[in-house]
Write a protein that binds this ligand. Sequence first.
Ligand SMILES: [Zn+2]
Length: 506
Amino acid sequence: MSNRLMLRFFLGASLALSGCVREHNDPVDSGLGDDAFAENDAGDTDAGEGADGGVPDTCAEPARGSVIGAGSVTAGAANHYLLRGRVVSPDVVFAPGEVLISGDRIVCVDTDCSSHSEASDATVVETAGVIYPGIVDAHNHTQYNYLPIWVPNPPGLFQNRGDWAARNDYSDFTASVNDNESAHVCQQVKYGELRALVGGTTTIQGTFNSNRRCFRTLVNNAEYGPFGTTDRMRTNITGVDAIDAMDATTISGQMASGDVTAYVIHLGEGIDEESRAEFDTLVEKNLLAAQTVVIHGTAFGATEFAMMGAAGAKLVWSPFSNLLLYGGTTNVPAALDAGVSVSLAPDWTPSGSVSLLQEMRVARRHSCENWDGRLTNEDLVKMVTSIPAHALALDDQVGTLAPGLAADVLVIADRGGDAYAELVNAQMQDIRMVFLSGIPRYGDAALMAATPRTACEAFSMCGSDKFICVPDNTDGTDTLNESLMSIQSTIEMFYPGILPLEACEG
Ligand SMILES: [Zn+2]
């Protein structure tokens, strides 16, 4: 078996296992021996306040107890919601707790929100769930996310992203994106946005740069001024070498002045010196700043991370994609030791996870097998909520449950375990509700009465009956009234092998 096929098996196993439990047939030797999966003091830093009152070992076999209830809806005002359940803010756990929503904003997060006037006529949702901020995906390529995993021919691992990006079989694999962009970019992007929604993601970075109206209704896009704010984000996909001196001076000045609050750049994606040296180029161009958000940094060591930490720069980590393409991933402990904040993101479906739920488990498994369980469940939850929101300079809008922030909320069926572990262990069908800007857009069919939307479809996620509200109720402009079925069938016309939104685990 080639290294690449071994890794593919390893990664597949990691998803099926829902955690860092090693099986006897695991083809990748962690080198840590069985002790790595015994009691692990690193997990004891987890501040999770589970229903059992204990703090679990992050690397112990994940508990998957029975769902404690189906939840219920008591109808009230359509623009006021009172959600009851265990609430993970994520810095504080309220068990039990309440989240009160008015319009598109959160007005209360506490053990009891009844003193607020909006609670008096609110639609009450007894979630029987664990309530989190909507997931913030700090890096993706939304338009590509109808594609399955790319299998190179011949298979093998790469040294850097230029190695695979230059291959004809890679170009052939992704050709349908460009070939159909002019006619079907709305469907391509909206399908990627729907993949985010059904995975609990409510804010995503990396959406096609277009002024089409059809985008950005199914998930908040970090770019282009979401939440009515000014667009202060800049992105770079082509690489630091492509930035000329004038652009570098402009961007550097914009970061210094505050005109740019997040500069998201692919950097150091690979395992060779060429990839590492991209950091030197970034520094030479005066683009290392607190606003710099490095995507990957796979080739970096302590020296680069020390400089990032000193500058206050951020890192976005995509372990699934790194391991699949390069056989190694970013030295996250070195980054954390240097004080660099680390977010998790899938990158895209051709080499990454289908959701951040899966990516958290890949990260946990890698941490348990290689880093002595350094990353706790609480760490992982924050790496997909409050930390990426801060990295993207959107923490005054999303990433935590707090009064005044956007009412983007994720509810998971409660199985009674540690409140942080519940999200890391959650499978796609466990997602009970997703609120986007105060409106339930996806969730269990049994709770469909909670949404004021009328154009909702039935959707099956791994044996669980869901509703999903895709079309705009009133606006047919630029395909905004398209259903999920319509979007999907359009893509299937030019790409019959579309990656389903339904992603089930063993
Ligand atoms: Zn990327």
